[in-house]
Design a protein around this ligand. Structure first.
Ligand code: SF4
Length: 218
């Protein structure tokens, strides 16, 4: 997996994720990006920013129906307003400094206990807002890994996460870039119909598709 990372990094360069001016903006973006594309999230974030609401306390004080109207461009706005409300109640005005010294697995468990925060969202918050060494597994990662025979297409999220983490140097910077680069190659090449010609990972693709048996090492 590290060789894949090196090839992607060589081809695409550093991605500098996550797009967001502050850790709080990254957290809000991670909740809003569920089931939509980033362009829609950016529109919602721009509306919040224009009203000076990208602040934990001010956003928490925003009435739910107003919040829902403001984030409408991100889709499922009523559901996401409730999820944001639950997340803000958990955050309760705390910033990244308040989480220093907390164990990552405890923070992750707390995040996962918040209604509407799933594993991908929790891990995006941990990695990109709180600089924790956690890999984010998304549909692009699942697709690239299974097409190369590095994981089963239906592998459990945490199993896949641990496999990727153990195959990379233990570095927040590497984990950050790896996920961003996987998204980049997924958008540019590894679509539902793969465009392997010119893909930086083309030489690593097996001659024919391989489905690894459960439990194999990457
Ligand atoms: S497009 Fe082809 S070579 Fe590139 S990541 Fe997908 S399967 Fe691999």
């Amino acid at each position: 997996m590290f060789e894949a990372y090196r090839r992607l990094r060589r081809a695409f360069g550093p991605q500098g994720w996550w797009p967001g001016e502050t850790p709080f903006e990254v957290m809000v973006g991670a909740v809003l990006t569920q089931n939509t594309n980033w362009g829609n999230v950016e529109r919602a974030l721009t509306r919040l920013k224009a009203r000076n609401l990208l602040d934990a306390r001010r956003l928490q004080a925003c009435p739910p129906n107003r919040l829902a109207a403001l984030i409408r461009p991100a889709g499922c706005h009523n559901v996401k307003a409730r999820r944001l409300g639950a997340f803000l109640a958990w955050l309760d005005g705390r910033g990244p400094a308040d989480f220093r010294g907390r164990r990552t697995e405890n923070l992750r468990a707390e995040l996962l206990s918040v209604k509407g925060i799933g594993r991908e969202t929790a891990d995006s918050i941990l990695l990109y807002a709180l600089n924790r060494r956690v890999i984010v597994v998304d549909a692009y990662a699942r697709r690239v890994l299974s097409r190369h025979g590095w994981a089963e297409s239906d592998a459990d999220y945490d199993d896949l996460r641990r496999r990727i983490e153990s195959s990379l140097p233990p570095s927040v910077r590497v984990y950050n870039e790896f996920h961003a680069l996987i998204v980049r190659v997924g958008k540019a090449h590894c679509r539902s119909r793969p465009r392997c010609d010119g893909c930086p990972l083309a030489e690593m693709r097996p001659a024919r598709r391989v489905d690894r048996p459960a439990g194999s090492a990457v």
